[in-house]
Structure formats: C-alpha cells, structure tokens
Design a protein around this ligand. Structure first.
Ligand SMILES: O=C(O)CCC(=O)C(=O)O
Length: 277
C-alpha cells in the first residue's frame, strides 16, 4: 500500500534586512512576489468558496444603494482548506516571524474583504488592535489581494502610527462607540487634511504581492473602479508577547467562550490560535 505523501515543510523566505527595520519604523511594508502564482490561484479558489458559504460573522459593509458591494467575513479558516494551506504552509509564517522579530508565530484570525466592481464604500481610517482582545506589540496583518490593485483603491497607511497611541474604535457606518466607552481613548485626527504630519504609505499591488502592517497602524482605503474586483484575504498573526486581553464587550471579530478558557494576561494558547511556526 502506498504511503500518503509527507506534508511539505513550511516555506522559508528571507526578507531583505532593511524590510524588518522598515516594518519596525513605519509599521507597514510591501513584500513583492511573496506568493507564487499557484498559491494565489488556490487562494482565489478559497475566496470564492468563502463567498459562496458565508459564515454567521459575515456582513455587507457597504450601503444598500452602493453600486457595488463590500463583503466581509471572519474566522473561516477551519472550514476552508485553501485558507489553511496559505496560513500554515506558505511563506507567510516565516515572513511574520521575521517582521515581528518573534520566535513563535500564532495564527490570530483570517478576514475576507471583497469590494465588487463599482463599490463606492470607503474603509475609514482606523487601527485594528482596539477592536481586538489582545495586547502586545509583536503582531502582523498581511493584506493579500488576488486581483491587481491600482494605487487609487489600495490600502493606505500612516507611517509610524503604530508607535503607541490607541485611537477610539467606532462602527464604520454610523461612528458608534461600541467598544471602548466614549472618552476612553484619543479621537482619530483628520489624517487627510494634514499629509505632512500624517505621512501616508500606499502601493499599487500585483497578485503575489503582500502588504504587511502592524495592528496599531492607521489604515484606510477608497472604493474601487467600475470594472475591477478587489478580492482581498487578510491573514493575522501574533508573536511571543501577545497576551489575552478579555473585554466586557463583543470584540471584532468575537471569540465566544474564550474568556472562560483563557485568563486575562495568558498567552493566546488556545485551539483557535494555533502555532504555525
Ligand atoms: O480592505 C480594506 O478596505 C480594509 C482593510 C482593513 O481594514 C484591514 O485589513 O484591517
């Protein structure tokens, strides 16, 4: 009887040394050609599977009269072998270890962000970590388009905004304070009116390119053109210093029952957050 073929070892990908320095300084870097065409194709299949089988956490993040549609979904990797292949077996875990300067790499969550042709809905400026249930500085989110993304509809980031300040997280469509109470954190400054003070980073991207950013980096995007789909998958990883920070409100995404299993201040050692390296 033939043996099943052994699982390939996780891929190594040596980042140029200045990439890690730039990530620590700016909180965002572009990694050109990190994924192979075959990996991008498999991820695109995974995204189509996800769109056809949306989870209970999925939401349409655009207005009903938007000529396109902005669909989001979260935490579906356990039901999606294509996502698992990317999250566990691609060069992402190795790149994450280098960027975070961490020995261990733990999957935090996956996030689907698809803007259909003609979507007007912008993504407002925000940081991700204030919506989460995790503390620590060693983290990275990878924003991974499977379609070409021109400069006009790519993710924009404020260089250095990951340095420390936590800004008030608010609901995107109606600006409600549904996480930290009003007044608990600094209000977001008007980033677009002061480009000298808030230096923006943005890269046009081809399939295979990956944008890496810190969970405290301020980021935003515009809508998309009338013919282009912008299918993006985001992979979020945590490093050695990540600790559970349970909140008295539902986080985005939520992790139901986690607070009963994992005390405040504990490492994120739970089946929902497997070590990938
Ligand atoms: O894709 C977008 O428009 C927004 C992305 C985003 O907010 C994120 O990846 O955290």
């Amino acid at each position: 009887m033939s043996q099943p073929s052994p699982k390939p070892p996780p891929k190594r990908f040596q980042l140029p040394p200045d990439t890690t320095t730039a990530y620590a300084r700016d909180g965002a870097v572009i990694l050109r050609g990190l994924l192979t065409p075959a990996e991008v194709q498999r991820l695109a299949e995974g995204i189509e599977h996800n769109l056809a089988h949306l989870s209970p956490l999925a939401a349409v993040a655009s207005q009903p009269d938007d000529p396109g549609r902005f669909t989001e979904d979260f935490c579906t990797w356990q039901d999606n072998p294509a996502y698992q292949q990317l999250l566990f077996d691609s060069a992402l875990p190795d790149a994450a270890a280098q960027l975070m300067q961490s020995t261990g790499v733990r999957l935090y969550h996956d996030h689907l962000l698809v803007k259909e042709p003609g979507t007007r809905q912008p993504t407002p400026w925000h940081q991700d970590q204030p919506y989460y249930n995790v503390s620590g500085r060693q983290n990275v989110s990878f924003w991974i388009p499977v379609d070409p993304v021109p400069l006009a509809s790519t993710l924009r980031l404020v260089a250095g905004s990951h340095a420390g300040t936590w800004y008030m997280p608010r609901s995107f469509r109606d600006q409600q304070a549904k996480w930290f109470p009003d007044g608990a954190l600094a209000e977001l400054p008007d980033i677009d009116v002061d480009p000298a003070r808030y230096r923006q980073l943005a890269w046009a991207m081809a399939p295979g390119d990956v944008l890496a950013f810190h969970m405290l980096s301020l980021h935003a995007s515009s809508g998309v053109g009338p013919t282009a789909r912008r299918r993006v998958f985001s992979a979020r990883y945590l490093g050695d210093d990540a600790r559970h920070a349970p909140r008295p409100w539902p986080t985005s995404p939520p992790f139901p029952g986690l607070a009963d299993r994992l005390p405040a201040g504990a490492a994120m050692d739970d089946a929902s957050f497997p070590l990938v390296r």
